[in-house]
Design a protein around this ligand. Structure first.
Ligand SMILES: C[S@@+](CC[C@H](N)C(=O)[O-])C[C@H]1O[C@@H](n2cnc3c(N)ncnc32)[C@H](O)[C@@H]1O
Length: 206
């Protein structure tokens, strides 16, 4: 392995960010340490190397680029926002990361079968239920999914029920702090902190 987890976190934390983040799309960048934690777990479990990966709601490409750096064969990086995809493409070019296919579509129209999905979907704080099409699509297109959701009892209960109904086992493998630098009008502090769960969903075999 060419990288250590800390090095990966540093590289991902230095990527270019959203120019004008759109509140209605919940455009928060996953911090480098959180992205590295999620990807490193996926890597250790054999879900990245030589795998075809989907990054749903790729934003500035943090998870897509991280997956390629850890040895994925190919990544489909989808976002509905062309401005975000431009930044993601620039980030990939700057790091000379190839084999990322950028797809501009609403997540509901993603039509590519992949081995693994990695994603940090909208939490549904701005548009209620915005996370649902991401969960549905991820479980339709992959047998293994890594995802990020708020670490709250209500959210945990919802994720477990919703994803189990789709035929998947649900595991929270880490709970971590997620820093959001002030970027929207309702942010009062220079740095907001939320706590998130990192999930792995795996399709049940009957
Ligand atoms: C919380 S951000 C995460 C960005 C990036 N994956 C990361 O980890 O830094 C959610 C992303 O989902 C995208 N998004 C929101 N709703 C979407 C939809 N319905 N279809 C496709 N992308 C969407 C947003 O544009 C945004 O880039």
């Amino acid at each position: 392995m060419a990288f250590k987890k800390k090095q990966l976190a540093k590289i991902l934390s230095e990527l270019k960010r959203f120019k004008n983040p759109k509140v209605e799309l919940e455009q928060y960048v996953t911090p480098g340490d959180v992205a590295a934690e999620l990807l490193w777990n996926a890597y250790l479990r054999g879900d990245i190397i030589e795998k075809t990966v989907g990054d749903l709601g790729t934003g500035t490409g943090v998870l897509a680029i991280g997956a390629m750096l850890l040895g994925a064969k190919k990544v489909y990086a989808l976002d509905c926002d062309v401005d975000a995809l431009r930044v993601a493409e620039r980030n990939a070019v700057n790091l000379e990361v190839n084999n990322i296919v950028f797809v501009q579509k609403d997540v509901s129209f993603f039509d590519q079968k992949v081995d693994t999905v990695v994603m940090n979907p909208p939490f549904g704080c701005q548009n209620k239920n915005a996370d649902r099409p991401f969960l549905e699509k991820a479980c339709e297109k992959a047998d293994v999914v890594y995802s990020v959701h708020l670490a709250q009892d209500e959210v945990r209960g919802f994720i477990k029920r919703f994803v189990e109904k789709l035929g998947f086992k649900v595991e929270v493998f880490e709970t971590v702090s997620f820093e959001i630098p002030r970027q929207f009008f309702f942010h009062e502090k220079r740095l907001e902190r939320v706590v998130v769960d990192l999930y792995r969903f795996e399709k049940k075999v009957f």
